[in-house]
Design a binder for this molecule. Structure first.
Ligand code: ATP
Length: 288
């Protein structure tokens, strides 16, 4: 089961973490850690507090450097590629930080437009329609673009952050605790949005999460970080039955919904009622 069999029959590798060791001041966090993520799959990283999930995410983003081993994204070794190559790889991913990381002084519109304006990747007159498109894709209204972060609910902050993460049309999306801090209903709506977007945009997604419902709703494979390495990476019904103490505790009370058929039924029930905004209806530039 530890062999990383992708949920979809693609062999394209997007992320390859090979034999990585990470340590801070001699304290080893990861030892001989391996993880492979394939194109178009959604992989969740779970693990106990302090097991090194965020550190692994930071390694994948090139924000930490391992003491040994390598991290390749789209085939580029992060530590060894030129600054120019690294920039190009970075434009191919988007990140949703746990806090949202919005700039409080900027409007929603300007927060989302920021990467486009910094990169100057599109003509100035394209910025507005693209921002409106992303707002609609994440289920927000055009008039929300004029608000500032302080005027948004927790769920809206996540959606705006997601719109900013998607503005450059990335192929790879990193999500750090996407539903943390949301009330149950907002969390459910956000997970439904993730389901919709991964279908519409053919995204590869890596997320850190503690939320069992998120796993049930949207994840293809679950990677378990424990004992300084990925002890298992596979479909939810398989991983949930592992006898490791962390895994048993994590899925306590959920095992009866872990059968493959139950997971499928749960996912279908989420798709039944779509209350996410339709893209074309909200694409009204005159609303700003
Ligand atoms: N920059 C750093 N310097 C020193 N120690 C660090 C640094 N970053 C993380 N650590 C340590 O590495 C360990 C793993 O931290 P990390 O944040 O990756 O865990 P986590 O699994 O994300 O935890 P949580 O679920 O509680 O957020 C912790 O013991 C933490 O104190």
């Amino acid at each position: 089961m530890t062999a990383p069999t992708p949920a979809s029959p693609t062999t394209d590798t997007v992320i390859e973490v090979d034999n990585v060791t990470t340590a801070f001041d001699g304290h080893v966090i990861h030892r001989h850690l391996n993880l492979t993520v394939y194109r178009d799959e959604v992989v969740a990283l779970i693990g106990g507090s302090g097991s090194g999930k965020t550190t692994l995410l930071r390694l994948l983003l090139g924000l930490e450097v391992p003491q040994a081993g390598s991290v390749k994204i789209f085939g580029h070794p992060l530590g060894a590629c030129s600054a120019c190559d690294l920039e190009h790889v970075r434009y191919r991913w988007g990140v949703l930080f746990q806090s949202g990381a919005l700039f409080s002084a900027l409007t929603v519109f300007d927060n989302i437009a920021l990467p486009l304006r910094e990169l100057k990747s599109v003509p100035p007159d394209m910025v507005k329609p693209l921002v409106l498109l992303k707002l609609a894709q994440v289920g927000l209204k055009p008039e929300d673009a004029l608000k500032r972060p302080a005027e948004l609910s927790g769920g809206m902050v996540k959606r705006v952050s997601l719109a900013r993460a998607l503005i450059l049309d990335p192929q790879l999306l990193f999500l750090d605790e996407p539903t943390a801090g949301l009330d149950p209903d907002s969390a459910k709506q956000f997970v439904k949005l993730l389901r919709k977007l991964r279908q519409e945009l053919a995204l590869t997604v890596v997320m850190v999460t503690h939320d069992v419902d998120t796993l049930f709703a949207v994840v293809d494979r679950v990677a378990v970080l424990a004992d300084q390495r990925i002890i298992a990476c596979g479909p939810l019904p398989e991983v949930a039955r592992l006898q490791h103490p962390f895994v048993r505790n994590f899925f306590l009370g959920h095992l009866e919904r872990c059968a493959e058929e139950d997971v499928k039924r749960f996912r279908l029930s989420l798709d039944d009622t779509s209350d996410e905004g339709g893209v074309p209806a909200l694409l009204r530039e005159d609303a700003l």
